[in-house]
Design a protein around this ligand. Structure first.
Ligand code: FAD
Length: 382
């Protein structure tokens, strides 16, 4: 049985970034992924500026667009444009983006085995990993195996996982066919109750989708088709394909480690429960997992409980505020629309949020200062 200091299950952004940082610190690391690589992942591929800053190497060759403006709409009606002085959002296509991240981990010395599904795990000393092709052992294990995580299930982590099914379509958009669609992003907060629709430009197509931030009624294909039909510019575009996949609804504090085992990214339910954004949090949790394991390798008396604490105090705390925003936007749609349309200060807050320049908690505090009485009476839920 070949032995590695660390084995990572899953080569998505959480796993590849954990692998990158571990290999960079001189740790022997194996990344196993069940998919043939590069693999298609159902995802809008929208990166915030903050997410981009999390990547310690140049990924400009995989960027499809860096958009400086966008439209906020409601049920197909355009409410107002948002214009940033820097790009508001960076768009990537997941197969090439994920392949780039893994390649950087490999360059640092990580070993990568695609098309090798992990089928069984044993928490022994050392930990045992059985795949469809072989068996391995390791001192530390990272479960970065996405929302259906085998690692989390095998070790009873994330017992009460809340997810939301998200639908997306790729629409054919020949280059320069529609300059506005090709150059901007759209968020439509009125197309679906407790959710939103997005339109993201890629090099040769549009990625459009609908996401609901409350796991009550499931989003279906009918919601996606209604969204497409509400936007005149989308209606005429040929649909390349339609897919659906669950996104975690983060915000609940969980223990994310057990002995020498850690879960990260979607496997740890680390996605924004309002907008469904998870790329940034996958990469951040992958980095923090790597940092904690390096510390523990160098000083074996250090256990991994600080990982759960750090993720809870940083990411999960922000998701709790994201939940408040989802309640605010969905419970009071008419007030929100009026405020958004008339207040440049609030529009700037939206840009800061979309770019990731400010956290949910910071924007929440700014809103409280702007509307103290309103917040005190209606929304001051500690
Ligand atoms: C429709 C949709 C749109 C989205 N749009 C955005 C967006 O625009 N911006 C954003 O920030 N986030 C978005 N997200 C969320 C984002 O896609 C995820 O949060 C992100 O992919 C999480 O990365 P990860 O590395 O944790 O998991 P993943 O990217 O899911 O990677 C997990 C990997 O584990 C592998 N794996 C699973 N099981 C095994 C096994 N048993 N053995 C070996 N390998 C295994 C898989 O093959 C996969 O490669 C969207 C999600 C959906 C569903």
């Amino acid at each position: 049985m070949k032995h590695f200091q660390v084995i990572i299950v899953g080569g998505g952004p959480a796993g590849s970034m954990a692998g990158y940082h571990l290999a960079n610190a001189g740790v022997e690391v194996l990344i196993l992924d069940k998919s043939v690589w590069p693999r298609r992942k159902v995802c809008g591929g929208g990166l915030t500026h903050r997410a981009l800053l999390e990547i310690p190497f140049d990924i400009s060759s995989t960027l499809h667009a860096a958009v400086e403006w966008g439209t906020i709409a409601s049920g197909g009606r355009e409410l107002f444009d948002i214009q940033g002085s820097h790009p508001i959002s960076y768009l990537v296509d997941r197969p090439s983006f994920d392949a780039e991240l893994v390649n950087h981990a490999i360059k640092k010395g990580a070993v990568f085995h695609p098309a090798e599904r992990v089928i069984a795990l044993k928490n022994k000393d050392p930990i045992e990993i059985h795949t469809i092709k072989s068996a391995y052992s390791c001192d530390y294990l990272i479960g970065a195996d996405g929302v259906h995580s085998l690692v989390a299930k095998s070790f009873d982590l994330i017992p009460d996982r809340k997810t939301s099914l998200v639908y997306e379509a790729r629409l054919n958009l020949p280059k320069l066919a529609n300059k506005k669609l090709a150059d901007s992003i759209t968020f439509d907060f009125g197309t679906i109750f407790w959710g939103y629709g997005w339109i993201f430009p890629k090099r040769d197509h549009l990625n459009v989708g609908v996401c609901r931030s409350w796991p009550m009624e499931k989003v279906g294909k009918k919601h996606l088709m209604r969204f497409i039909n509400q936007h005149q510019a989308l209606r005429e575009l040929p649909i390349i394909d339609i897919r659906a996949f669950p996104v975690p609804l983060g915000g609940k504090t969980n223990q994310l480690h057990k002995d020498h085992i850690i879960v990260a990214g979607d496997a740890a339910n680390l996605a924004d429960p309002w907008l469904g954004e998870g790329l940034d949090y996958a990469m951040v949790s992958g980095r923090i997992a790597a940092e904690m394991i390096v510390k523990s390798i160098r000083e074996p008396s250090i256990d991994l409980s600080d990982y759960s604490k750090r993720i809870s105090q940083t990411l999960v705390m922000q998701f709790k505020y994201a939940r408040r925003f989802s309640i605010l936007v969905n419970a009071l749609p008419f007030i929100n629309t009026a405020v958004l349309k008339s207040s440049q200060t609030v529009q700037k807050m939206v840009i800061d949020l979309l770019r990731g320049d400010k956290s949910y908690q910071e924007i929440w505090q700014e809103l409280k200062t702007l509307f103290p009485l309103f917040f005190h009476k209606i929304l001051n839920r500690k």
